[in-house]
Design a protein around this ligand. Structure first.
Ligand code: ADP
Length: 313
């Protein structure tokens, strides 16, 4: 039995339909990503799962319980991340842990938790004095106090620098390895690609795609970008005759070819055959960014592609 089941969920705010006919399930032990541009309905859907909002239609079960009618049971299963505004800046880390522990009949011991999350040194420090990464570690600790079966993290790393983000990803992985299912709301494709077993790509209130990050990327029309600087120009006809080529661009002396795995093999043999040396050869797999842009084409948000020189057109 899936630990989270959402079927035909619909939620409107006045004239705005925030979520329409959304269905997905999360298996116990998964890291499940809810991905999509701003305004796509991610938070609304997750708030319905948490029982914070009452759906207009559809069926939701968390560990078999209805989040609205059986809210107390669902609260025992879910570890929900606080929003920053919910924690007073003057509260120390220890006070926050003690205060939130008091909400649970049988809370987790927070001492090993803060050791594991690397904030044991900060116990006497006030919340307002913590770095962004330390804040998020505290939020993770607080969300785990009730020994949840499912932890819900919403844009946990959005405000962090790259190092703190990677450290937080590792912590999320550790949480998952310790047996907790993770429901992760993010608009970072990179984050989803690193962490999630499966993702649901939300777009304009619906789910536009659902699957493993790899499957979504494989669905991309042109999964590989090859770029290099040849020692002498390669005839355009030779480039065009390569298998799997989708586009060829020249950026100064650099050649950028979009293609697939066959193109990669063919490019390297053409280079060898023509006796050409190349500089700065790069082969970049398509990312979830590409998949996301394709899936949500026409939506408002158009995040930039990472790791390549190419612009989506
Ligand atoms: P996301 O989390 O993907 O950014 P949201 O679920 O927050 O999306 O929002 C989906 C849509 O619902 C947006 O158009 C948003 O403006 C609208 N919306 C969200 N919350 C409310 C609310 N409390 N009242 C009215 N409209 C809302």
């Amino acid at each position: 039995m899936p630990i989270v089941e959402v079927q035909g969920l619909r939620k409107t705010y006045g004239a705005t339909t925030a979520v329409d006919d959304v269905s997905f399930t999360v298996a116990e032990g998964e890291v499940f990503g809810i991905l999509g541009p701003n305004g796509a309905g991610k938070t609304t859907a997750v708030e319905c799962v948490e029982g914070l909002r009452v759906p207009d239609a559809g069926r939701i079960r968390v560990a078999g319980f209805d989040p609205v009618r059986e809210h107390d049971e669902v609260a025992k299963v879910l570890g929900v991340q606080l929003q920053e505004s919910e924690l007073q800046a003057k509260l120390t880390v220890r006070e926050a842990l003690e205060m939130y522990s008091a909400f649970y009949a049988d809370p987790a011991d927070w001492r090993p938790l803060v050791e594991r999350l690397g904030i044991a040194e900060q116990l006497g420090q006030r919340f307002g004095e913590l770095s962004g990464g330390q804040e998020q570690r505290l939020f993770i600790a607080l969300s785990l106090l009730g020994n949840p079966r499912v932890a819900v993290f919403d844009e946990l790393t959005a405000a962090l620098d790259p190092r703190a983000r990677r450290e937080t990803w590792q912590l999320i992985r550790d949480v998952n390895t310790s047996g907790v299912t993770v429901l992760l709301v993010t608009h970072s494709m990179e984050e989803a690609q690193h962490l999630c077993d499966r993702v649901a790509v939300f777009d304009r209130g619906g789910i536009a795609a659902l699957g493993t990050p790899d499957a979504l990327i494989r669905g991309s029309d042109n999964p590989v970008v090859i770029s290099f600087q040849p020692s002498q120009p390669l005839p355009e006809a030779v480039l065009e005759s390569l298998p799997g080529v989708v586009s060829i661009e020249h950026e100064g002396a650099k050649v950028v070819i979009e293609g697939d795995d066959d193109t990669v093999g063919a490019v390297t043999s053409v280079i060898a055959r023509e006796g050409i040396t190349v500089h700065e050869l790069r082969i970049v797999d398509a990312t979830l960014d590409d998949a996301f842009l394709r899936i949500t084409a026409g939506a408002g948000a158009r995040p930039g592609r990472s790791g390549t020189t190419r612009e989506e057109s």
